[in-house]
Write a protein that binds this ligand. Structure first.
Ligand code: SAM
Length: 419
């Protein structure tokens, strides 16, 4: 494809994505379905350019005030993630000069807002939570793409075996620092052609998500519920911890998400999982299981702001109002899921949000009312589950993961035992 045609496509794709009326990954996928002739390199350039613009939207919009032509074309030039030599073929002398000048502006000379690239409603509480110095470290980390983490399925393979198989396929992977199951892979290799993937020996999963599953310390023969199972990332980890015994309920209100769990379950070799769509958190099925479950994981619907490295569109698509609505839902789901826990059983409340209102505030409000639930120190549970440096992952007895500190997505988890 000619450089100009690819730049035109990048401009068109950005125009759709920046409407911000749908998640960027689904807009990009739909665009690729419409343009079936695109090769893998072209797809990569288009996707990475789009994500670069989403990450640095405020800086790029500021820089794009100069120049002429469609705004999205200028944004695409600033975020261009393919070959520059190739790109030059699409530019006339004026555009080339403008791009050189705009890209030459030192980020340090930009106003604060354009340096952190966060909306104010989000920047303010983050600053309050972690202080000015760390806020800038976090903001800088959130402008970079996340690494690709894998979870080795202990029912199918050992971590070293998978590492060796990946190396044989030309993919370098290092063990993750905390999770005993994790591998961190260099670059973004296509995994779905590999035997280790198709055989269920690995799944793509951020190290932070692996730690959430480990916090449950789910054991052989137990009754476990993954209350907000979605496509089952954590369900698969829980099922393996239970060594494919006992009974693991995967609840979710979204039948569509539970459907995506099925092929993953088939690969994983698990037969102890019972996916069930529920109408809402107070569904009859939940009532019938009250007081019967050993471990309940509530991976609550949240703002997702801990995943901004992967989903930078969320900082523009979320809002204070949406967060205000989410916290009401989170409290209701946690209260309802808690009823499943049997005496002596464990409850884990988790989110992939960075905001205290979705995390510590929900956990504290729950603890105030539900006196029979005793907070368990997260570090102790993690240590028992074989997690290295567990104390570096917690704050006030809760798991608290930050992209700039732990190189994981941002996660929170609180753990209780029912008395
Ligand atoms: C953070 S996602 C879960 C991700 C999943 N645990 C994983 O590891 O892939 C939250 C999920 O909660 C589900 N959800 C939303 N409201 C719910 C409710 N009232 N009861 C149960 N699940 C709910 C959403 O459909 C979504 O799949």
């Amino acid at each position: 494809m000619s450089p100009n045609s690819l730049l035109d496509l990048a401009t068109e794709l950005l125009r759709s994505v920046l409407r911000l009326d749908a998640p960027a990954d689904s807009v990009v996928s739909a665009f690729f379905r419409q343009h079936k002739n695109l090769g893998p390199r072209e797809r990569q350039t288009l996707a990475e350019t789009t994500y670069a613009v989403l990450r640095q939207r405020l800086a790029f919009q500021h820089l794009a005030q100069s120049g002429s032509g469609p705004l999205e074309r200028r944004l695409a030039l600033l975020g261009w993630s393919g070959s520059d030599v190739y790109l030059r073929g699409a530019l006339g002398p004026n555009e080339r000069d403008w791009m050189g000048r705009a890209r030459g502006v030192s980020p340090a000379s930009l106003p604060e807002k354009q340096r952190h690239n966060l909306p104010e409603w989000l920047a303010a509480p983050l600053r309050a939570e972690i202080g000015e110095t760390e806020f800038w470290a976090l903001a800088e980390t959130l402008l970079k793409p996340a690494p690709l983490d894998l979870r080795v399925n202990p029912l199918k393979a050992k971590r070293e075996e998978v590492q060796a198989a990946l190396r044989a396929a030309g993919i370098e992977a290092v063990t993750t620092p905390y999770s005993p199951w994790g591998l961190r892979v260099d670059g973004k290799p296509a995994l779905n052609r590999l035997e280790v993937f198709n055989s269920g020996a690995v799944e793509v999963q951020d190290e932070g998500s692996q730690l959430l599953a480990l916090l449950t310390e789910a054991k052989r023969g137990e009754m476990v519920a993954d209350f907000c199972a979605g496509a089952g990332g954590k369900t698969l980890a829980l099922g393996a911890m239970m060594r494919n015994t006992g009974r693991l309920y995967a609840f979710d209100i979204s039948g569509h998400r539970l459907e995506s769990l099925k092929p993953r379950l088939a690969r994983s070799g698990l037969s102890n999982v019972y996916p069930a769509q529920i109408a809402h958190e107070r569904d009859e099925r939940i009532k019938r299981l009250a007081g019967k479950i050993d471990r309940v994981l509530v991976d609550a619907p949240c703002s997702g702001l801990g995943t901004l490295r992967r989903n930078p569109d969320l900082k523009w698509r979320q809002s204070q109002k949406a967060v205000d609505e989410l916290v009401v839902k989170q409290a209701a789901i946690l209260a309802s899921a808690a009823r499943l826990v049997k005496p002596g059983g464990r409850l884990v409340y988790a989110t992939c949000s960075l905001l205290a209102v979705e995390n510590e505030a929900i956990a504290a409000a729950f603890g105030e009312v539900q006196r029979e639930f005793k907070l368990l120190p997260a570090a102790e549970a993690l240590e028992r589950a074989g997690v290295a440096s567990a104390t570096s992952l917690v704050a006030s007895d809760h798991l608290r993961l930050w992209p700039h500190r732990h190189a994981t997505d941002g996660f929170f988890a609180a753990v209780w035992q029912r008395q």
